[in-house]
Design a binder for this molecule. Structure first.
Ligand code: PEP
Ligand code: MN
Length: 348
């Protein structure tokens, strides 16, 4: 932290700032210029800049290091690569996760899993515990939904990501899912994040609807500081003044986060756009911008989906998107599942 004193700051005021910083666990380096004194504070303390700004004679306080540590690139310069089964997230390959918003029935889950697998997805998504804006909307099938999702993943050789809404659901979800998804509404559920710090499976942490990048990385820090080093960040659109899309996809967050953090960052264009006909263009843009992966809603019969049908792609649209991504990814030096995979398992 750098503290710039006012031009007319007295010696007593400067000494008071120095002693407060020392009390807060910092070493202070003083540099006296022609007009101003500047104090450089380094150390293990975490002084609140606002408290220092309030002191008499202080002109400005500048923070020079991030408030998160374990999530920062300063702490770990190399990219984190997360291994889930035979899938590596954060390496050269762009990983596509796809599936329905919610598990609804055995047929729906199996048909959709087979379709996304055939198109080249490596991870299946599907919620069994759903955070719905209205308490009257479909809330998910609970454990029965997890069982359906797991069976489909086993049949199709897919890994599973499924949402956890509350710490009390961790044990049951842990039995079925390979990755815990923390939804946008729970990004600052600190009790849940702390508990996920103790699980031995990756956490896919969505950005909160109105969260800054710094708040998002601080939420990742909760999981990391509990001992779980496998956090995948997911940009899914934030709420702005714009109403033309469900949310506003912050594509800029991709390179920003990649500079600030070593954690993989993926993009969910479905919840950002809210309409299936607008998902592919931004999915392509996200890969071009350097995202490590995508999380996309696909449904075998989206017009009759119990949640998020309007933004869920038809399998044929998803197929086309995957073909386009096979052109974009290599153009920026990334790989992606090369060919559609032969169908096996359910109904084959
Ligand atoms: C979801 O992935 O279905 C979901 C509810 O996402 P979000 O938390 O981004 O709204
Ligand atoms: Mn959804």
């Amino acid at each position: 932290m750098v503290v710039v004193m006012e031009e007319r700051a007295s010696e007593a005021q400067i000494e008071q700032v120095v002693s407060r910083l020392v009390e807060m666990g910092m070493d202070v380096h003083r540099s006296t210029g022609v007009t101003r004194t500047v104090l450089g504070a380094v150390g293990q303390g975490h002084p609140d800049p606002a408290l220092i700004e309030l002191l008499d004679g202080v002109h400005e306080v500048l923070r020079i290091s991030e408030p998160y540590k374990l999530a920062s690139r300063t702490f770990k310069p190399d990219n984190t690569v997360i291994t889930v089964g035979d899938v590596r997230i954060g390496g050269d390959e762009v990983i596509v996760m796809a599936g329905p918003c919610s598990a609804e029935s055995e047929k729906q889950v199996r048909t959709t899993a087979a379709a996304v697998r055939r198109a080249g997805a490596k991870i299946f998504r599907g919620g069994a515990f759903k955070p719905r804006s209205s308490p009257y909307s479909f809330q998910g099938l609970g454990e029965e939904g997890l069982r359906l999702l797991r069976d489909a993943c086993n049949a199709e050789n897919l890994q599973l990501v499924s949402e956890v809404m509350d710490a009390s659901q961790i044990d049951v979800i842990n039995k079925y899912s390979d990755i815990f998804q923390v939804g946008a509404r729970n990004m600052q559920n600190f009790t849940l994040l702390r508990e996920l710090g103790h699980v031995r499976k990756p956490v896919l942490l969505k950005r909160g609807i109105s969260a800054t990048i710094e708040e998002w990385l601080l939420s990742a820090e909760y999981v990391l500081s509990g001992g779980n080093t496998d956090v995948i960040l997911c940009e899914r659109g934030i709420r702005t003044f714009e109403t033309a899309t469900r949310n506003t996809l912050d594509i800029a967050a991709i390179p920003i986060v990649q500079k600030l953090s070593h954690l993989p960052v993926i993009v969910d264009p479905s919840h950002a756009m809210g309409r299936r006909d607008k998902v592919a263009p931004v999915a392509r843009a996200a890969v071009a911008a350097g995202a490590d992966g995508l999380l996309i809603e696909v449904h075998c019969d989206p017009d009759h989906a119990l949640s998020d049908g309007a933004q869920s792609m038809f399998p044929s649209q998803f197929d086309r998107l995957m073909a386009e991504l096979r052109i974009i990814a290599p153009a920026i030096g990334r790989s992606i599942c090369l060919e559609p995979v032969a169908r096996r398992g359910w109904g084959a």
